[in-house]
Design a protein around this ligand. Structure first.
Ligand code: SF4
Length: 304
């Protein structure tokens, strides 16, 4: 069934005229919000793996890429790849090291793009200039919420303004920006979640990843929840808000994730977040019932 939103797979196919597969890489990075530079506790929803497991035990980036390319080629006849640095803050090293790491992915012409996940307070002009010199670069910024009171509550260590400035500087250099947000923080109502979507629409972001707040067993949030459980949305409520957000975003924003691929062993609650296909089907169904689509309510106007 054709999607009523703009999946990243469609964008990649249009841009490169072939199906592009993401290769998740472990560049040996860590996070300033965990090592004591900003704080030592990290974001309250994050566990020791940086919310995502280290991808494998292979040593070099080249070895990781070759391993994944072979696998994807055998499984899907993959022809092109995007190198994706996912875990922790992948700009959190000195410039000279970053240059070596990023450039090392392009040893094979089938690597057509690079995507770097990081924090908005972990980039500067020099690092952005470096990233803009790479092949078809993307940066994924964790934001989680556009509300400063929420960012404080979850111990992000930066505010919305920091994110906004990073996005402006990044887009100035023709680097594509993907933002991550989380729905369902206990202090946020639906209007607040939609405000975050409106602010991202105003910034004309190129991609979005939407997550349901997930309580990982080894996160500080798990301790808070076990002591004092708070309300977590059910699957239907989550999907309804995702559809509202899709309606707010411009048609050009690529949808990079709206349903997770987590592991039930590490997830305390809600367990439904791991039912990826059911979530995707429900979102399709709601949009169909509403006779709606991405961008339906997109208005380029300030919300305050
Ligand atoms: S910035 Fe990322 S890696 Fe660091 S604590 Fe927050 S979620 Fe975890």
């Amino acid at each position: 069934m054709e999607k009523r939103y703009y999946p990243i797979s469609e964008y990649l196919k249009k841009t490169f005229s072939k199906k592009v597969y993401k290769i998740t890489l472990d560049g040996g990075f860590y996070c300033p919000n965990r090592d004591g530079t900003i704080s030592s506790g990290g974001c309250i929803f994050c566990d020791e793996t940086g919310s995502y497991s280290r991808c494998n035990n292979l040593k070099t980036i080249k070895e990781q890429i070759i391993f994944s390319m072979d696998k994807l080629q055998k499984q899907f006849k993959a022809e092109a790849f995007m190198a994706y640095f996912q875990s922790f803050s992948n700009t959190y090293k000195p410039y000279s090291e970053l240059e070596k790491i990023y450039k090392s992915v392009f040893f094979d012409e089938r690597i057509v793009s690079i995507s770097i996940g990081t924090r908005p307070d972990c980039v500067d002009d020099k690092k952005l200039d470096l990233i803009s010199s790479l092949k078809h670069p993307w940066i994924e910024y964790g934001l989680q919420s556009s509300h400063d009171e929420t960012l404080k509550l979850i111990n992000r260590g930066h505010d919305f303004n920091c994110f906004k400035n990073a996005v402006i500087e990044t887009k100035k250099r023709n680097i594509k920006v993907c933002a991550h947000i989380i729905l369902g923080f206990p202090n946020e109502n639906k209007a607040m979640m939609l405000d975050s979507a409106k602010r991202l629409a105003e910034l004309d972001i190129d991609g979005i990843k939407i997550h349901m707040l997930t309580i990982l067993r080894d996160s500080p949030l798990a301790k808070i929840y076990q002591k004092e459980p708070f309300y977590l949305m059910n699957m239907e409520q989550y999907c309804e808000i995702v559809c509202d957000i899709l309606e707010i975003l411009p048609k050009t924003t690529t949808i990079q994730r709206i349903a997770g691929t987590g592991f039930s062993e590490t997830t305390l609650e809600p367990q439904w977040v791991n039912r990826r296909f059911e979530i995707l089907n429900m979102i399709d169904k709601i949009l169909l019932q509403r006779n709606s689509f991405q961008g339906k309510n997109y208005l380029k106007q300030a919300i305050h």
